[in-house]
Design a protein. Sequence first.
Length: 288
Amino acid sequence: MTDQDLTLEEAKDKPTDEKLQKVLARAGVGSRREMERWIAGGRVTINQETAQLGDRVTWRDQLAVDGKPVMVVSPNNVERRVLIYNKPEGEIVTRSDPENRSTVFDKLPRLKGERWIAVGRLDINTSGLLLFTTDGELANALMHPSTTIEREYAVRVMGHVTMDQVTAMHQGVLLDDGMARFNDIQEFGGEGINRWFHVVIMEGRNREVRRLWESQGLRVNRLKRVRYGNVFMPPQLRAGMWMEMPQSEINALSQFVGMRPKKVKRRLPKEQESFERQQKRQRTRRHV
């Protein structure tokens, strides 16, 4: 029997299916691209059977990642919270590290029944603006190549930079993984052999900013992200500290990627107290 053969009542009862990676991302397990890798790696099961890329699920299905159950969440019940984090050098963007190095998740506020999803990555030697959200759909929209979001970096370069080199990086350079270019390059002064530049790229390939400068025989000795789309690094936010984005800015970020605004639910009194304690703890940690 096809969907056209269903009666009105049967159609109402028929659960709507969705892509597995989309459901997992909405549940806060990770971004869609990350979930696709986990599915391909055999880490996800549907009704106790190993999932495959392309599988679709409904709210009736039982999902698990690494053997741990995942609750299927309705789009209307997903919280859309956003954190701005000033990542210091030396931290890695992963939930756990076999070498026990510091990770960006170590300092984030704890959530009950939700998880922070990192919007993109910064390598261990890069500092600056990193966004986190509880909404997998927002994370996917912010990272998807089709969105073409500007990422702005402050770069300190060692060596003399010529106009020919700047022009080459602006027009495009062939790297190992294809053509790459800066959409904008502006000089911001400097001292001695070190010069500061601000550059803008539209994608987030691995070490792309550093590799573009290296293609011109120049070395980057400081790299900090200062903007992601319409979100700028707050000047008062010190390295290793986070702040939660207010509702108005979350709405602007949502609209920036073509999503409808969603009102953030007010925390219960105990949840608010816990959140405030964690905010105070990071300030105390900063002064230790």
